[in-house]
Ligand binder design. Sequence first.
Ligand code: ADP
Length: 306
Amino acid sequence: MPKPFVIIGSANVDFIMKVPHLPARGETVTDGTFLQTYGGKGANQAVAAARAGAATHFIACVGEDAFGREMAANFLQDSIGLAGLMRSIDQPSGSALVMIEEGGMNYLTVAPGANHALSPTHVEAHARMIASAGLILLQMEVPLETNQAAIAIARGAGVPVILNYAPAHLISQDLLRGVDILIVNENEAAELCGINPIDPTTAEAAARALASMGPARVLVTLGSQGCLIFDGGMATHVPAFRVAAVDTTAAGDTFCGTLGTALLEGHDLPAAARFASAASALSVTRFGAQPSIPPRITIDDFLQSH
Ligand code: ADP
């Protein structure tokens, strides 16, 4: 029985308005279509891990509001352990306001709210949960010090740390030194190391530069070009599965959560990356973030038929 998977990070409510065209400043655009979904990188990754079969615990902070209650109910439906879910009484649940016009161009604004109230103290209160995990997974939508506290506990207990450096607006090379596996997409790699990966060859150069900053293993995801694994000086390219993509939201989150699940089950990194590629390929064939994340049986069926 694999050990538990502890994911620490953000949870958001997404308000999405599809509009015929994006408004100019001061303009009112009518005829929109409204959709409300749940997202946040931490939450998406926890959902991906749990649906892929890991015993998942989520350490996060939501508001003491209707959205916070709804998010908690959704996590329970996916059998995610919520002993580490905190409710902020003075901050609302994190939210994203999205406007998308036909063709896909968008405006995106985020109010972190309760996600920024997830403090090192809160993580330290769950030190035992982190120390008994088989693996922890972090992203960059909660305070840096909170991630630093989680890494310190995990390292003290010999628990491997995966960091998905997304979004890359907070650059901390300090953080990278405590990371075992770093996962970045093209933009995040370029922000962090200055090399813009556009194919497996340039991804290898970026991964080599990132590995020199501390992480023993680096994965650069390349959208429909798959991903590049850099491990012990050796690069391996894992191609993406060919699918009809309709919406790539949460592809990276699905990749991270399911990669961790496969590693906990004892697979090596290339095999885990193949499993994660299958799960994320499936996620791009469906609309939305959490609604697009596949259950284990669908991933296994897909892998058998490919
Ligand atoms: P992010 O969402 O963080 O930008 P990527 O776009 O690199 O991440 O996608 C993560 C993984 O999802 C890729 O490595 C690939 O395996 C899979 N993926 C993404 N887009 C596609 C696609 N169009 N077809 C098949 N697989 C895809």
